[in-house]
Unconditional design. Structure first.
Lengths: 242, 242, 242
């Protein structure tokens, strides 16, 4: 299975052209849209989102990841294997958390070259073919990497910021709930938030936090939009209440 | 074929994770996005939409339906077979119209349990696996149901309200056109609407109603947006003019 | 492969029902969403977009194209073969540029009739089955066409207007970059735009034009939205600076 993690949006031709490239080179392999609206142009927030969601997928899954504000510039194109899952995309920090959290990790600089490479769409011309080759069982199309310029050792293990607002207005943070005491409270946008198990546990209109279905601390309002009610957006800091 | 009917939106990870679960358990079965924007948190309006659209699909289709504001609460998880089509989802009224309009109908309480069930994403953890098992030909993963707590006998056979606004601003009602005389007129938002066969039959800018491609009464404006021109949204009542 | 080019939007039931029809009649053939947000109701702008993007796909691809404000009216339903790619949809000018730019071109009037044809959804009832038949290898379901009422000889070879705004706010024109000198400058919304190779070549906030990954002149702002910064929308004229 190939899972797509991009900031392309679902509209427009970008995801479709990547899928066409994948189908041509890895016919019959299922392709899943995981995120098409990862934080736009923000590899850091995206890295925490990818770390939380990739862990749900089976080993052998190939993640084709394009959050790449520097396309056409100097960041290295990478293949990463982390705990049996594969990641293909730009070496701009996007794979920092999947690398840091892995028990077993290997990296390659992509050396494969397409016949024709556009300046602005490496997702279609470079990363999709390389992901397709991995998905059909080819060895990584690169050479083993030792340079750490793609790593971000200064980033925290968990990010106390909003990293995603979903369709319902729920706000995901970059914090893993399992690392926190159950009674922990948070402050976001001046509001102190208690923990709940799920939406129905609290009165309508109450803001709270809960462990979402992929393990992240998520802020929600029962039958309301947390983003609007609390003024949250990607990048808003969240404070742990002592 | 598995058809998805949800209020998840197409963005974000929810539809993708459900599709990954379906592919793992029913590899090779086509999965179709029917609605990802069913009326959010509104099983009643959704029930009339589902009733109209499911009828277009072939028998044997499995509808995986998640409009589930009570996820994690008490509503029963259900399998319904109605006239040879299968429905999997929450027993909150969402299947009322497909049940009521069926010549042959059976129900099961889902008894299958996943290894791990999140509090907030039964679509991925419970309903998708059960739908996949049906799609690959397994018997229903439940026990025959006699309790009627999932039924809504007080809901009308046709709903005189807007149940969906489409991409063009056309407003679908919960009324089946076949049940109405051809010359019937409606009033919506203070405007009386005559019937037309299709868009080109009337001057540009004229509001009218017509039988849409799935048999529902739909309000439209030739080369305009009916939602903005008439101030319509999901829940707006429509009156039949005597 | 079947590629979808429509103005349906991704939400709502339209794309899903077309895909269900395609799967039933051409099982196993991959279906790709190329554009679901082609210029709404605008076959002319859409024709330049289709011309640029179709050329990227392999020969044998079937394009199912529905930008059809006259559905239910008099425009002829067509099959076009142009340089080994197939196009199915309304004869309203949508295929003008793929026809004009082709070295080898043939046309058919669709004569195949569905068992049931809705007045408003020929994409599902007529065009999808005809596209599926081509994709599975059947001969064109029509008779050879000589009438030129679907052609638009008065349209230019390249269109000096914005034809698409993407998810990032970049504005595509209907002009092919290959037809222009490298040093050419444009004026749009009162601003003179120089050419750049890609986004990183200019300071943050600078507006420029570049050849996009499908050969069109595209207007962008480094780390900004060109549509908002310059006030561009579909139909905005672009002037070539002498």
């Amino acid at each position: 299975m190939i899972a797509l993690f991009t900031d392309f949006g679902l509209h427009g031709p970008y995801t479709g052209q990547m899928k066409a490239a994948l189908h041509h080179m890895a016919p019959g392999v299922p392709v899943i849209d995981l995120f098409a609206d990862a934080p736009a142009g923000d590899p850091k927030a995206s890295a925490y989102l990818l770390g939380a969601y990739a862990a749900w997928f089976r080993t052998g899954t190939v993640f084709l990841c394009v959050v790449d504000p520097g396309v056409g510039g100097e960041r290295p194109p990478l293949i990463v294997e982390a705990d049996g899952r594969w990641y293909v995309g730009p070496g701009n920090g996007l794979f920092e958390l999947v690398q840091r959290r892995a028990n077993m990790m290997r990296r390659w600089d992509i050396t494969w070259q397409p016949g024709s490479l556009s300046a602005s769409f490496h997702g279609r011309d470079l990363f999709a073919p390389v992901a397709a080759m991995l998905a059909r069982g080819d060895p990584p199309a690169g050479k083993s990497r030792s340079d750490d310029s793609d790593r971000r050792p200064d980033w925290p293990d968990d990010l106390a910021e909003i990293v995603y607002i979903d369709h319902y207005g729920n706000a995901m943070t970059g914090l893993r709930a399992a690392a926190l005491p159950a009674a922990r409270r948070f402050e976001a946008a001046g509001r102190v938030l208690d923990r709940a198990r799920t939406f129905g546990d609290l009165p309508v209109g109450t803001a709270f936090w809960y462990e979402n279905s992929n393990g992240l601390v998520e802020i929600a309002v029962n039958q309301g939009r947390a983003d609007r009610a609390l003024g949250l957006s990607v990048g808003t800091p969240v404070a742990i209440v002592a």
